[in-house]
Design a protein around this ligand. Structure first.
Ligand code: PLP
Length: 287
């Protein structure tokens, strides 16, 4: 496996960065997770836009143009002979001194990793997953915007730890007002009759690219799609619940905090949207 690291391709074993990199010391940097399906990179330009926006927001200047970065990603996929892959693009602040000050970092580091990945095993897409809501809160949108996909994922990691301790596959974070925000690395949707809801960005959700695709597909399929706040109670009494994300794709949730959702099986709407999503992933792709 070849990893792109600051201008060259190195073997996985040799892909190491300095302990003085501020990405390592402080989580100072941004990243993207992108998917390639059957030789097509799904919505690459949207992912790159989010990466550059995240970087701009934290005053990190990516030392490559979007075209150059596209070429680097394509070359990484080619070199690893991949047609279906999960791609991780990481831009860290770079090597500096031990102080917090990012201006001691001379040049951001760019890392591109591509490998075959399936987040959940196939049978879970058929059976659905069990999740919990946890005590960890999404950071407030007025501090560091949840739109910034930064390397600082401690909130999300605490959510994952709580999910593991609860013995479930994933967990939902609430925001500081108790509204449902999102999962550790995925967005959440609830279905009630013909209405589908997902929390708006300001509640503390990343505006996921899979989320955007599903909102478009839901409208196309004739559902009333709303970005609206909701609470845990609304999740418990929904007909269907599902999560979306680059790694998770679209996965049904059949139990939340021990409460069965609907009849405890993936619902018709979730299945319809999963199918519609799988139908567009190559069509919306870039070679
Ligand atoms: N929310 C968080 C916190 C994430 O890290 C991710 C993953 O990227 C998502 C939601 C889903 O976003 P996307 O569909 O763009 O992968």
């Amino acid at each position: 496996q070849w990893i792109y690291l600051n201008g060259e391709f190195v073997k996985k074993e040799d892909a190491v960065v300095s302990v003085y990199d501020h990405g390592f010391l402080y989580g100072d940097g941004v990243f993207e997770g992108i998917r390639m399906y059957d030789g097509n990179v799904f919505r690459l330009s949207e992912h790159l836009q989010r990466l550059y926006d995240s970087a701009h927001s934290i005053m990190l200047e990516i030392p490559y143009t979007m075209e150059e970065l596209t070429e680097i990603i394509t070359e990484t996929l080619r070199k690893n002979k991949l047609t279906d892959a999960y791609i991780r693009v990481v831009v860290s602040r770079g090597v500096g001194n031990l102080g917090l000050d990012p201006f001691t970092c001379k040049r951001p580091q760019l890392i591109v990793i591509a490998e075959a990945l399936a987040l959940f095993p196939k049978h879970l897409y058929e059976s659905g997953i069990e999740i919990a809501t946890v005590a960890s809160r999404r950071n407030r949108s007025d501090v560091l915007s949840p739109k910034v996909k930064s390397l600082n994922y401690l909130n999300n990691i605490l959510v994952k730890i709580e999910a593991n301790l609860a013995g479930v596959s994933e967990a939902l974070m609430l925001n500081d007002q108790g509204y449902v925000a999102e999962g550790s690395a995925d967005n959440v949707f609830i279905v009630k009759g013909n209405v589908i809801k997902t929390p708006p960005g300001y509640v503390g959700a990343l505006e996921g690219i899979t989320r955007n695709a599903i909102m478009e597909l839901a409208k196309k399929e004739g559902y009333e799609m709303r970005e609206e706040t909701f609470t845990r109670h609304d999740v418990y009494v929904a007909d269907e619940v599902f999560l979306t994300g680059t790694a998770a794709e679209v996965i049904a949730v059949v139990k939340v905090d021990g409460r069965k959702i609907g009849d405890g099986k993936p619902g018709a709407t979730t299945n319809k949207l999963l199918k519609a999503f799988r139908d567009i992933v190559t069509v919306d792709g870039e070679k």
